[in-house]
Design a protein around this ligand. Structure first.
Ligand SMILES: [Zn+2]
Ligand SMILES: [Zn+2]
Length: 283
């Protein structure tokens, strides 16, 4: 049986631990994982960084630098060989979808296509009412600063988020089709739900989610079943939330567990819980 962690990070993310990649892999092996995808945050487009909106730690610490790309790839190759007889390690990225940089993002992926096995496409940045594109998951203050509607009109922020995720799926459909694509943590906008006391999605947003799932299904993309929210004090759920997981599973969309580990101890976190949720839904 395949036991896979499909969403993991390394020291190249600059907002996680500096532990060596070997330690992540050895942790995965010790937990019985047979497949492991290294999905470090791909470099952000240069122009996007130049016009960055948000705290400077987010600008400098959201992704690997373009100058680190070769070292990252070499590092993944090294562990693939070192652990070849113990675990299948896939080469990946987590790519930030940015609607104003589709051309740059596509070019980047096409250039990496020979090397790349699997791609997690995620929305961490959203355009706000001033057309600034700001991070939604850096911290609650940053979210509230750029998206003040989160206090009084949270459904409009959800709408903005799901519209952007829909664009990211349409973008993904334009990429070379030999790359496995997974839509990353598709309810990340709930990350600080306990901090802001966010409501559930309203009917209009539920419809957006249904459309999104159909789009994912029709393109044969996978869904990242991301456990990171379970360890976050202001979240406490998986991404996506369980109701969406159930719908996706009923539609036949492939859900792939992801720990989203940014430190060795998080590799495989909550695996049994998330997988048993899927099995329960299959009954
Ligand atoms: Zn990260
Ligand atoms: Zn992410």
């Amino acid at each position: 049986m395949i036991k896979k962690d499909g969403h993991t990070h390394t020291q190249f993310s600059h907002h996680g631990s500096h532990e060596p990649l070997d330690d992540y892999i050895e942790r995965a092996i010790s937990l019985g994982f047979t497949e492991y995808v290294v999905t470090e945050h791909a470099p952000l487009p240069t122009m996007f960084l130049e016009h960055f909106t948000g705290p400077s730690e987010a600008r400098h610490g959201s992704a690997m630098l373009i100058t680190e790309l070769a070292a990252y790839q070499k590092e993944v190759k090294r562990v693939q060989l070192k652990y070849a007889d113990q675990i299948a390690i896939k080469s990946g990225f987590e790519l930030d979808y940015l609607e104003n940089y589709e051309t740059e993002l596509r070019q980047f992926i096409i250039m990496q296509a020979d090397w790349l096995d699997e791609l997690v496409i995620s929305v961490h940045f959203l355009p706000n009412h001033d057309k600034l594109v700001a991070p939604i998951d850096f911290d609650p203050d940053t979210l509230a600063k750029y998206f003040p509607e989160i206090h009084s009109l949270p459904q409009t922020v959800f709408k903005n988020y799901f519209n952007t995720v829909q664009k990211s799926v349409r973008f993904a459909a334009t990429l070379p089709n030999d790359i496995v694509v997974r839509i990353g943590h598709m309810t990340l906008i709930r990350k600080y739900q306990k901090y802001f006391n966010l409501p559930r999605f309203d009917v209009d947003n539920q419809l957006r989610i249904d459309d999104l799932l159909m789009q994912i299904k029709n393109n044969h993309f996978q869904l990242d079943y991301n456990a990171a929210g379970l360890s976050k004090p202001y979240n406490g759920e998986t991404y996506p939330t369980l109701d969406i997981v159930k719908k996706a599973n009923d539609l036949g969309i492939e859900l792939v567990y992801g720990s989203d580990a940014h430190e060795v101890s998080a590799v495989g976190q909550f695996y049994n819980m998330t997988v048993s949720d899927i099995l329960k839904k299959e009954k």
